[in-house]
Each structure stands twice: as structure tokens, then as C-alpha cells.
Design a protein around this ligand. Sequence first.
Ligand code: G3P
Ligand code: CA
Length: 245
Amino acid sequence: MKIISHRGASAYAPENTLKAFKLAVEMGSCDFEFDVHQTKDGILVVHHDYDLKPTAGKAVKIADLTYAELKKYNVAAHFKRDKMVQHVPRLEEVLDIIEPAADSLNFEVKNDRNVYPGIEEKLLAFLKSKPGLFERAVVSSFDHGTLKRFRELSPRLKLAYLGHGLSTVLLLPAIKKAKAVGAVGFHMALRIAFKLNVKKIKKAGFRVFIYTVNTKKDALRMKEIGVDGIFTNHPDILGKWTLKG
Ligand code: G3P
Ligand code: CA
């Protein structure tokens, strides 16, 4: 079972910052997940939300800021354990840190209602700009239109379906949607990660990844029911090194 660091080692450093990614690498992570947005001047950046309220405490939207403007905000302002100033990183800065250690890289593209027109072309060009990157990349998105556009642009790109507000009843329609875009992965919330659901998804041919799993107990349960990987803010305490196999 893969242990994927979620937004870096985000239990210990402000999420999606260079510090969190460095820490994840130091802890031995080789599988990474992070969230991709695009600034007003077309720079790909890494941050969870569409605005900076949860991290910098400012209700400004990434889509409305140039990268030079965005860089001025301290996205560690919310993080009680470590107040050292951190900025929203550019995607390429994040990759400089994690790519040498990476077996897999999950680019979660936040693009609801196509708020970042052209982000698919831009990310695809980025994935093809470094040797070996495209092959290790998996692109996921809660926005189905975004996944469809990626598929139209690239038949070979690995895509993962990301279920939003999914429930057991909605699982079969979700599997149909995942098949329709040729996804290889199915990413699902812990609250509906039950044995039968995992079995159905795997039977349909997908690899199953569960978010966000932050206790060893849950991690062991996920392994037990046969999931392929978990996203965690604690890449160390869940012990990738003890959960192999
Ligand atoms: O990609 C898995 C997970 O990160 C999706 O949810 O809200 O943490 O981006 P969220
Ligand atoms: Ca995410």
C-alpha cells in the first residue's frame, strides 16, 4: 500500500509549502499529492483553496492575483506549530524538491467551473518539459470537465477520478464517469472506504486511493480492505516503511 504525503508533511509544516515538501522528502516520502492553481498571469502554483483565507487569513483569490502579488502573502499565518513565513510556491519550485525522490506525483487540479481556462494545456506542457515526469504523473480533479479536457488533450496521461460528495449509492454512477474519461485511479474519502465499496471499484479495474488517513488504525484498516494507497498528512507516523506489501 502506497503512503502518499498529502500537501507535503502537512501535519508538521504549513500545507503545500516548500517547507512541508522538504520535510516529506526528509521523512522518506516517495509518493506526493498537492493542489494546483493558476495565477492571473498564468503561473501554476500550489495551494489548497481558491483563496488565501484559510492559510494567510485574507479573502483574496488566486485567480485575481499576479504571481508577484500572490507572493506577498504569508501562508503560514494559520499554522500554530510553526510561524516561519512561507509563500505560495510555484509548481516548478515544488517539483525541484520532490521530483528527485518521487515514484509518483499526484497533481490535483483545482478548476471548478473552469475558473482557470487553459490550465490543462499549461500543466500538460509542464509535465512534458522534464524527462520522466509525464510517466510518473497522475492528474486528478473534483471537476469532471477538467478531467475530460485533459483526456481530449492527451490519450496517455494517467487520470484519477476524484469523488465529490460521494456515497455508497452514488458509487456506480461515479465508476461510470471514471471509466468514461479512461481513469486509472479512483480517489475516495475515508468516510465511505468500506470493504465492499473498495471491492466494487477494484473489480471495475481501478486502483483505489483513500484520503485523508491520519491514524495508524485507519491506515491498517485500509491495508486490510485492500486499498492501493492512502493520502496522509503524517507520512512518518503511519510508517511507510512498516506497511509495505
Ligand atoms: O487528492 C485527495 C484529496 O486531497 C482531495 O481533497 O480537499 O484535500 O484536496 P482535498
Ligand atoms: Ca488535494
